[in-house]
Write a protein that binds this ligand. Sequence first.
Ligand code: 5AD
Ligand code: SF4
Length: 484
Amino acid sequence: MGDTIMDEHDIEKYFKPDLRQARKRTRNTSERIDFLLDEKDQNIGSNRTFFIHTYGCQANEADSEIMAGILNALGFAQASSESESDLIILNTCAIRENAENRIWGELGRLKAYKRHNPDLILALAGCMPQEEYVVERVLKKYPHVDIIFGTHNIHRLPDYIRTALFSKEKVVEVYSEEGAIVESVPKLRAHAYKAWVHIMYGCDEFCTYCIVPYTRGKERSRAREDILSEVRELKNQGYREVTLLGQNVNAYGKDFKDVDYTFGDLLNDLDRIGIDRIRFATSHPHDLDRKTMEAMRDGKHVMPYFHLPVQSGSDKILKKMNRHYTSKEYLDVLGQLKETVPGISVTTDIIVGFPGETEQDFEDTMDLVKQARFEGAFTFIYSKREGTPAAKYPDETREEEKKRRLQRLNELVNELYLAGSKRFEEKTVKVLVEGYSKHGEDMMIGYTEHNKLVNFKGNKSLIGKMIDVRITKAMTWYLMGEIV
Ligand code: 5AD
Ligand code: SF4
């Protein structure tokens, strides 16, 4: 694990990603394998600790729990801070340039730790290593990184750790294409009452701005029995909430051969298990079907909250984004959803400044947001991702103008956010208590069924309990309440 700078020849020998290969899609159903830990690896981490930094979406948070579970099974203990750990993993996000810039900064910062502790192992994981240019840049400019692996080979972590510990060799292994669905992986969950449950991996949508179909591979669904038994076990362990994860959960089951079992069916089956709360993230509007809406309406435990990314309100931009719907079609689906599940809270994602977005296109987005009455939105300025189709589209809008659009949009979104919170004033809502609030010693926080954050007076004995809270005041970002 020398600190020498590599030349092109050295770089060639590693197992690196290829975005063009990552774009390929086959019709084969993914194989399913069980994770097995080799006996000889069971104690290789004893007397050592690890620390994982997680960036980006919930899929990465869930992946970090798997990395932590595997490390635990290898005998490593979780360190409470990075400064005292023997292994640091950065589980990275590639969705926008600023997410990546943060990681480059982190890699520079962590170099100092390596100087103090030459035995420290530093690993780069997640979506960034799935990009060719990232691996090349790390090899050339950040030689203090010991292990580089991607999203498709987390289950190979024991091999990488063994090599780094005992052979002192640099490990670079990133698969361009997804492999089998790996079951029975150990997980060290971050929370005691709410859990992430992957129901599918990958994305086949290929929105023209998005890197995810390349970094996360083809859409593949976990078998229903694997999901149901995971949720049953979580319930038995005392978990109260599960969030089902996928880049597009509405496409669940579409890759099953000869089996007609889709997301709505899964929600129905999960609801029968009786775990208190079922949530999911994230969705694509064009796959949202009636069966799903009805499962939400009929399910006792499926929460009345939906994150339904719209991205733009302009039909011209939606087409250039390859989103497969018009603004009217989006509003129609949203209307059906609100009608089927009365009172549902809907949030969204919006990109401003997509290449070619005119003032009128932006106004169309503002109009759609007003009509949709979203109760929250993640808003972004378009970020060019090398290797995606939109990276080649001419982009003439000035950065200043994009920032102005984002600001105007955010003002509108915040108004709607507050309106969505106000509808709960004077009402009593069910809250799953999570922990302490930033608002004072005896203040606690939790989320309502509609996914609204509530602050109320209480104590730590309430953590993990489901309680009734009367809402006294709605602020923009949270609600204030009192226990009834
Ligand atoms: N630039 C800006 N935002 C993006 N998103 C995805 N790719 C990009 C990009 N290149 C946003 C989308 C998506 C959310 C997770 O991130 O709004 O829904
Ligand atoms: Fe990206 Fe579109 Fe897939 Fe979402 S649906 S992950 S935005 S390609």
